[in-house]
Design a protein around this ligand. Structure first.
Ligand SMILES: Nc1ncnc2c1ncn2[C@@H]1O[C@H](COP(=O)(O)OP(=O)(O)OP(=O)(O)O)[C@@H](O)[C@H]1O
Length: 446
């Protein structure tokens, strides 16, 4: 889910030490400033009203906050991008008159005209060109990890299309709620599977559904023991559904809540599982950036083998419906594990996943999340603005493990190691574990 878990989970084992550590004092809890929240909320509102073509609300917002015309969201999307994408010509004109930047580029390098060209709305195209709009980027074409570029809008029936009559939601068991919708355990063709129903509000328009279909087309072809297997999807009529293998061991967040800090051998083996799944996603013909790697998105099978899930689709949300998600959850992402460049709205690449991986590895070793006394947003701000990193309190952690984690959460994304490199280093550490018992003792090990 978009919301991070509440702090101080009520699980004693995961309560971190309050005393200062050798590396430094823990920061007392602080909250995001009211100004930060208001700014994000205002931008979100502006984007929303642009999508709804609500001229009155747009005018009011722009009158009260004239600088909002150039504001952008988490993905660099301005209200003009949104208006262009949804063909809201009146809203676009109003924004342009209020000073919107006609060639603002979003995270994928796309300008509003790039968005308008995709929809073929000639009135919008003309308007943007009149204001000097240039065709920069097109949806899906510039971003790393986008998979194949978004092709023709007419999609043929796919081999993975599932007939909704084969899925009986009435006999299903609700197992979780995420930012897309609900996850249910369902029996499909005699096998337990996980079905993610996509919130209708996210798929109201054709473009999102087309993106969704292209993405599923890519995801069902992926095969790796450490990624959750996509099996198919229902895309022909609402509710849209995504069907994946069912993992009976729950997620890593739940696992850590019940176990506390992992033994070194188990932390290494779990980290290897995650790193192998991620190396596969990062090195395929279509580079896939997860963007939301966090303990909740790592699932366990009955043998406690870890599999990375929930990849590939987050960009559809952030690109088209960030404002919806904001409205739904009040949050724009999983801040606690977020790379600083994402928090700072800078351009990013697959190294954001390496950063999140470091935070997860830290959590597995320590038994509690990074900056546990801070709200998720504040935790991300500490990382991005104050260049703070979590401190180690775990005893006897090999120096090479600490070095690995520190390199993975380096501020400079380019200096973080790749997952292939991480795997090699974890395998070396694994090979040097004492044979019996194959772990070091930790201060906080349960
Ligand atoms: N394939 C699966 N098998 C078993 N349980 C699953 C599966 N997929 C998800 N779950 C459970 O459902 C929960 C919610 O999953 P979902 O991916 O919708 O949300 P999330 O990851 O918490 O949030 P977000 O979508 O915002 O990242 C997970 O944390 C996990 O416990």
């Amino acid at each position: 889910m978009m919301m991070d878990r509440a702090m101080g989970d009520g699980v004693g084992k995961r309560t971190p030490p309050i005393t200062p550590t050798a590396q430094g004092k823990r920061t007392p809890p602080t909250t995001p400033t009211a100004a930060d929240r208001e700014r994000v909320a205002r931008t979100s509102k502006l984007l929303w009203h642009a999508k709804e073509n609500d001229l009155e609300q747009l005018k009011k917002l722009l009158r009260d906050h004239p600088d909002l015309a150039t504001a952008c969201d988490y993905d660099g999307r301005t209200a003009l991008h949104v208006a262009a994408c949804y063909g809201r010509t009146d809203a676009a004109r109003l924004l342009l008159e209020a000073g919107a930047i006609v060639n603002a580029q979003d995270r994928w390098g796309t300008s509003p005209l790039g968005d308008a060209e995709q929809t073929g709305n000639s009135q919008m195209i003309r308007l943007l060109k009149d204001y000097g709009g240039e065709l920069l980027g097109t949806r899906g074409s510039k971003r790393e990890g986008s998979g194949p570029s978004v092709g023709p809008l007419l999609i043929q029936k796919s081999y993975w299309e599932i007939d909704p009559s084969e899925i009986d939601l009435n006999t299903s068991i609700l197992i979780g709620k995420g930012s897309f919708g609900e996850i249910r355990k369902v029996t499909w063709r005699g096998t337990p599977v996980a079905v993610k129903t996509i919130l209708p509000s996210l798929v109201k328009d054709r473009l999102v559904v087309q993106d969704f279909i292209h993405e599923v087309d890519l995801l069902v072809k992926l095969r790796h023991p450490n990624i959750v297997q996509f099996l198919g999807a229902v895309t022909k009529r609402p509710p849209l559904m995504l069907v994946t293998e069912f993992l009976s061991g729950g997620d890593l967040n739940q696992f850590l809540q019940s176990k506390g800090a992992l033994q070194l051998s188990q932390a290494i083996s779990s980290a290897l599982d995650i790193a192998r799944g991620m190396a596969y996603l990062h090195n395929g013909p279509n580079v896939i950036i997860h963007r939301d790697l966090k303990p909740r998105n790592v699932l366990l099978d009955e043998a406690n083998q870890m599999k990375v899930g929930d990849f590939g689709l987050s960009k559809l949300i952030t690109k088209h419906h960030h404002q919806d998600i904001y409205k739904l959850t009040g949050e724009t992402g999983s801040y606690r594990y977020m790379a600083p460049e994402v928090f700072r709205h800078e351009s990013y690449d697959k190294n954001v996943d390496i950063f999140s991986f470091a935070m997860i590895l830290y959590e597995m070793l320590e038994g509690y999340p990074p900056f546990p006394y801070s709200e998720p947003y504040e935790a991300a701000r500490l990382v991005a603005d104050d260049e703070r990193r979590p401190t180690f309190s775990v005893k006897n952690c090999p120096q090479e493990m600490i070095e690995l984690i520190e390199q993975c959460w380096a501020t400079k994304a380019a200096s973080r190691p790749s997952f292939v490199d991480i795997i090699k280093r974890l395998e070396q550490m694994e090979a040097t574990l004492p044979p019996e018992p194959r772990h070091w003792r930790f201060l906080h090990h349960s």
